[in-house]
Ligand binder design. Structure first.
Ligand code: NDP
Ligand code: KPL
Length: 311
């Protein structure tokens, strides 16, 4: 933890952070930043806001250690923030954004941590006066009950793009996140940030969920599908987007802790809506736009749509 006082804060570091949707990812960031002395407000559903306001956030983290921290929590933002972390599932994004009105995010850095890429357009439409950053987080983190987060991966790494925002503010945000214990890499290439994570994520999410297994089992039993999805994402991306390296993703499959389970599989196991459309559907739509065949993704998405309460 760093000693964080207003006097020692460089001008570009965030002063007021709002975290929308304190689930596995949002709750981890809110807890980490609040523990480090940042002024964090959590914006959550009514019952979760009431619970966190009364009991604080409890984080049990392989990377950050176990701690509890008091954080103000509200069902709707009432104060401006200079950073707004956006972390609901894609299936809940539209409703969740109602809780942060655009005038309170005017001039803010908006840091979306959803997987995929289709959220970027709606966020930029809702917050035209904000700087919406391309970002991705590599972590395994679960909201086990309201206000309680179990972060189990040996990594919690963010990639954040400058996305045209004032560089000193993006660097200030990165410094705040690093000070809170997270690893952060900055990039000039928003598309590369989103699509590199997406290539690994889509393969892991679709195949592990389809196989109902962790990555250790999937990489033995369903290696062809893992590589097939990663190749298809690369083929779609190659048409006007970043060049992706399937070899890098295969190395990531090999290196991932065997027990890693993607959040999509954890949603299936818990009977929650899955992000099949936001992730797999997004790739199918992108593939159709650029005229690339993606038969492996098509097959897995068709099967998973039948199981997805989100439809
Ligand atoms: N979990 C992980 O390990 C990783 C997840 N991701 C991505 O991060 C994103 C978030 O996933 P994750 O953290 O797992 O999701 P969770 O399901 O853990 O958390 C989602 C949160 O959204 C809240 N929420 C739902 N509806 C609303 C609403 N209308 N208003 C306010 N809050 C709402 C839920 O509230 P409540 O608690 O009250 O139900 C919950 O706290 C996804 O896009 C996922 O793909 C990326 C990398 C890793
Ligand atoms: C695959 C994993 C756990 C890696 O970060 C992930 O990002 C997710 O499930 O959303």
């Amino acid at each position: 933890m760093s000693a964080h006082t207003p006097e020692s804060t460089p001008a570009a570091e965030p002063k007021r952070v709002a975290v929308l949707a304190p689930g596995g990812v949002g709750g981890l960031l809110a807890g980490a930043l609040a523990r480090d002395g940042r002024a964090v407000t959590v914006v959550a559903t009514e019952p979760t806001a009431a619970h966190i306001a009364q009991h604080g956030l409890r984080v049990d983290s392989a990377v950050l250690g176990d701690f509890r921290v008091d954080v103000p929590a509200v069902p709707a933002a009432t104060e401006p923030a200079d950073v707004v972390v956006v972390a609901p599932k894609a299936t809940a994004l539209e409703g969740a954004l109602e809780r942060v009105p655009p005038h309170l995010a005017e001039g803010a850095l908006v840091l979306p941590l959803l997987n995929g890429f289709e959220h970027m357009g709606p966020l930029r439409s809702r917050y035209p006066g904000a700087h919406v950053l391309g970002a991705a987080i590599r972590v395994e983190s679960t909201r086990t009950e309201p206000g309680r987060i179990a972060q189990t991966s040996p990594f919690a790494d963010l990639d954040i793009a400058y996305s045209g925002a004032p560089p000193e503010r993006v660097e200030g945000l990165a410094a705040a996140l690093r000070s809170a214990g997270l690893r952060v890499r900055l990039s000039d290439d928003e598309h590369a940030v989103l699509w590199r994570k997406f290539q690994f994520l889509l393969a892991t999410a679709l195949v592990c969920t389809h196989n109902r297994s962790d990555i250790g089992t999937a990489r033995t039993e369903r290696r062809d599908d893992l590589v097939g999805v990663a190749d298809e994402v690369a083929a779609v991306s190659a048409v006007g987007g970043p060049v992706l390296d399937t070899g890098r993703v295969v190395a990531m499959f090999e290196a991932a802790p065997a027990r890693t389970k993607p959040s999509m599989l954890r949603d299936l196991e818990a009977g929650r809506p899955m992000e099949v459309d936001a992730l797999g559907g997004a790739l199918l739509r992108a593939a159709e736009r650029v005229g690339v065949a993606v038969p492996v993704v098509e097959r897995l998405v068709a099967d998973l749509r039948r199981l997805d309460p989100a439809g």
